[in-house]
Design a protein around this ligand. Structure first.
Ligand SMILES: Nc1ncnc2c1ncn2[C@@H]1O[C@H](COP(=O)(O)OP(=O)(O)OP(=O)(O)O)[C@@H](O)[C@H]1O
Length: 308
């Protein structure tokens, strides 16, 4: 079986409020799928349905071929779940917490191995209440990995981590993926999705606004070129912008911004024109769209549609 996670028309409502309004996606074995979205988009609500913590208001969800809520016993031991808030007893030490968890986990890794995976070995004697926010996230991750899960659900796994710990966690997630683990993660760090995800979905107000490989989601957005013209030059002196592949432009206080779906062509034509006419383009900057721009545009575009 190649599809590990499948949702069809998935919905979740809270007392009449529709938090997830019918979403469809699949995740194949060994894939890392990132669920991105604005605050309150419905990511955690979706994740909880996948983890079998709640039952959908509508539609279906399958994990490893099972309904994770109704067939919980068949599927729970094959999943690793890292919630946003672990909620561990604050008085227990790190070691006691992992041991306690290992006692409830079928086929648990050795405790030392679980601690080493997330660089917590030297914090084993520290009480949970004395851990930093980042260390607590790493403890959450250790516990999610205890049962060598086939499917890993990570809800904002690197929130609160410093730059080094975030890099270490990314490396660990890459290793797990290489070993064949299927991963679904939510994150607010777009760079995290760019670094790790095979595919992603951007959610907004309970719906999936766009989905695909990172490169494809980004490729749907225009690239940008900006530069400053000398004071005695005007944007009207450029060749016709449409003929250079420009789809939108602005010009303000001498700074020209062009948007294009064909960066190479527009940049070449611009530089050829500058060379031919002897115009120096100051502060010249040309760049492809980033995932961040794609994200902002999607969120802004959907809000505008709703207020129309
Ligand atoms: N138990 C609940 N009862 C009522 N409303 C809820 C409940 N849980 C979540 N919601 C609402 O459902 C919507 C989606 O919430 P959810 O936590 O799934 O979003 P999210 O995408 O994970 O957000 P964030 O990025 O801020 O964590 C929000 O408007 C939230 O207020």
């Amino acid at each position: 079986m190649n599809t590990v996670i499948e949702t069809v028309g998935l919905k979740r409502s809270y007392w009449g409020f529709d938090a997830v309004r019918g979403i469809d996606f699949t995740v194949a074995r060994g894939e890392l799928f990132a669920l991105l979205g604005t605050n309150g988009a419905g990511k955690t609500s979706t994740l909880e349905l996948l983890e079998g913590q709640a039952t959908p208001t509508g539609g279906t969800v399958r994990v490893l071929g099972h309904d994770p809520f109704r067939d919980r016993a068949s599927v729970r031991h094959r999943m690793g779940v890292m919630l946003q808030e672990g909620g561990f007893p604050p008085e227990l030490t790190v070691l006691e917490t992992v041991r306690m968890w290992a006692g409830c986990t079928t086929g648990a890794r050795p405790v030392d191995e679980a601690l080493a995976l997330t660089n917590l070995s030297d914090r084993r004697a520290v009480r949970v209440k004395q851990l930093s926010g980042g260390e607590r996230r790493r403890l959450d991750l250790s516990l999610a990995l205890l049962g060598r899960p086939e499917v890993l659900f990570l809800d904002e796994p690197t929130t609160g981590l410093d730059a080094q710990s975030r890099q270490d966690t990314w490396e660990l997630i890459r290793e797990l993926k290489q070993q064949g683990t299927t991963v679904l993660l939510t994150t607010h760090y777009l760079e995290e999705a760019e670094q790790l995800a095979d595919r992603l979905a951007i959610m907004h107000k309970g719906l999936i606004a766009t989905t695909g490989r990172v490169a494809d989601v980004v490729a749907e957005r225009p690239s940008r070129i900006s530069f400053q013209l000398p004071q005695d030059r005007f944007v009207g002196e450029l060749p016709p912008l449409a003929s250079m592949g420009v789809v939108r432009h602005t010009s303000e206080s001498g700074t020209v911004r062009l948007e294009t779906n064909d960066l190479q062509r527009t940049a070449t034509e611009l530089l050829t024109w500058a060379q031919r006419t002897g115009v120096a383009l100051h502060a010249l900057d040309a760049r492809s769209a980033s995932l961040e721009e794609a994200f902002m545009e999607i969120a802004k575009g959907l809000d505008n549609e709703e207020t129309r």
